[in-house]
Design a protein. Structure first.
Ligand code: DC
Length: 219
């Protein structure tokens, strides 16, 4: 098997990252987290005082920037973008900058270059619809917004962050709204995507189901 692209799309907290990482490991595929790319760019632009409205400057800055991955770590202009891009605030910033066409253009091109002729699991919002429309397998994960908020809350609590469930629920709703109503590449399942509701199933069950689909499609 030469190239095999698996697109995993879905809203925040649907289980994309856990499922995509585990799937890549089980299959021996590479893994690309496109949300991290949007988060890194958003934090960088924000820190440099470049607002989402200033498309010319964003274009100039992104044309001069270099994003790279080494052993699963993401670097932007030589700086590692680690835990600082994982906060809820950066999630909202990312969702806001992700509406800007020039940001999407730069990142989409880079994502296609990375995936190119590889065996790779790519997770995001528009992978099956825009970035890799010819992906061999497209999965769209969903879960109720309450369940997704509970998962985020548990994740943050584990890290020792003390955020209320209500605040997380509200932030998720803002992001769902921004991500699914934007004009370009909105969050939605591709026509040929397989939709899996993860509200009441375990990660292992979801991964197992996707592996069955990969086996069927590689025949
Ligand atoms: O998956 P995540 O929560 O790390 O993504 C952060 C934000 O980035 C998300 O709210 C919208 C944006 N994003 C996007 O627009 N397209 C992608 N392919 C991935 C993320």
């Amino acid at each position: 098997m030469e190239k095999f692209h698996i697109a995993i799309d879905g809203p925040a907290g649907s289980g994309k990252t856990t499922v995509a990482k585990r799937l890549a490991k089980r299959l021996g595929f590479e893994y690309l987290d496109t949300g991290a790319m949007y988060r890194a760019v958003a934090l960088f632009l924000h820190e440099n005082g470049i607002p989402p409205e200033d498309e010319d400057r964003i274009n100039e800055v992104l044309s001069r920037s270099r994003m790279s991955f080494h052993c699963g770590r993401l670097f932007l202009n030589g700086r590692e973008m680690g835990e600082e891009i994982r906060t809820a605030e950066v999630g909202i910033l990312a969702s806001t900058y992700a509406k800007i066409p020039i940001v999407r253009k730069h990142l989409t091109r880079l994502q296609r270059e990375i995936a190119d002729s590889r065996k790779i699991v790519v997770e995001g919002r528009d992978i099956g619809t825009v970035v890799l429309p010819d992906a061999e397998l497209k999965i769209f994960l969903t879960a109720s917004v309450e369940e997704r908020a509970r998962r985020r809350w548990r994740e943050l609590a584990k890290k020792g962050e003390n955020v209320s469930y209500e605040v997380i629920l509200k932030q998720l709703k803002v992001r769902d709204d921004q991500d699914s109503k934007r004009e370009i590449a909105p969050l939605k399942p591709a026509e040929d995507a397989i939709v899996i509701d993860t509200t009441k199933v375990t990660v292992e069950e979801v991964v197992g189901r996707i592996i069955e689909l990969v086996e069927e499609r590689s025949k």
